[in-house]
Ligand binder design. Sequence first.
Ligand SMILES: Cc1ncc(COP(=O)(O)O)c(C=O)c1O
Length: 437
Amino acid sequence: MALSRRHLLAAPAAFAATTLLPGPALAALAAQTPALPDLSDWEAVRAQFALDPAYLHFASFFIASHPTPVRDALEGYRRAIDANPFLFVERAMFEDDAHNLPLQVCAEVAEYLGGRGDEVCLARSTTEGLALVYHGLPLQPGDEVLTTVHDHYSHHESIRLAATRANATMRKATLFKQARDASVDEIVGNLKAAIRPQTKVVGVTWVHSSTGIRLPIRDIATMLRSLPDPPLLVVDGVHGLGAVDDTVGTMGADYFCAGTHKWMFAPRGTALVWANATNWGRLRPLVPNFTEIESYNAWTEDRPPAGPANAARMTPGGFHAFEHQWAMAAAFRMHRQMQRPRVAARIAAMNDQLKQGLAGLPKVTMHTPRAAALSAGLVAFEIEGVAPTDVVKQLLARRIIASTSPYAVTYARLAPSLVNTPDEVDAALRAVRVLAS
Ligand SMILES: Cc1ncc(COP(=O)(O)O)c(C=O)c1O
């Protein structure tokens, strides 16, 4: 007998449950998760957030405040699970595909990414996604993973841990001298010059949280594909997804990893990895999955799963904070309703306003490129004579929430996002002007 999804890891009692499917629970859930509000103006979008109005929030990229549609979806799923944990989770995870909530989430996410639902792996953080990819790659002794000096701790450590295990090596290239005046040619040229015959994988970050620079991923991918033996391209996309108007499915990344709990406003503890079927097929899974029936069938038959890996097989299994994972769909729906080009234009306009203001301050050095094409939603800067941590402290004393970049060389950061207004950007500029005077 062919096993269905509902048999996957379900206890025998699950069979008795088929006649008691929680259809009413699903209907109740739909009632608890109302349709999206009108999000056609930015005040309406801001009103979705329960942020403390006593502060101006310029560090929303750090971790999301859940907007109302996400809070409603989370609460709906939480109530439904609390009311009937076995039946609700059983049906949502292991029943027929039509009621499978992870499949619905993947389909919703894929619509936004410009890919297919079966290309999406749901994870819990950018860090976890990067670790899954690098540890999944079949690195051989002597292979090299080339990354850059500019990437985040989570990216470097994912590479280092995976390379160490495989007796492979990692190396860090420098893409530019100064982020603020880097050019596409400089970035692509420096990366190309750093590639060696043993370079099998290149790992870069789309939008850097150190300086706010946005890398030209499409140009990098085109350059890599022009090489005789193209390395695979892994992209940490966390600060581009939800802030930049680009289509992940066509941008040229072989593996795209991003937390969705930053610019996407999806529930905290949610993330995705996107790859096409060929690239998923190259990987070796690390964590047993609860999503692919072939893995379960193979286990019951005491054999390895047949065929290449895929997104479902790579998806970390075990029971999770399901209400968080399933409520991801509400955030992606919200972004689709706001429209990616509008979101990106709003973020770019306020960041440009901030950069223009900072550029006029004599004691301020900005590290983020002025060009919109090479930046996104983060502005990194220094004030002569004031340590970045003191800049952040002094802004906080004025109820402005900024942050410092967690890198060996650290800067102060302000990140205008959809929770801000142009007036708030002016207020932040006035405060920086006082500190820089
Ligand atoms: C560039 C970059 N990559 C990865 C991470 C880690 O993200 P997560 O918390 O989703 O693992 C961060 C954190 O902000 C980051 O700035």
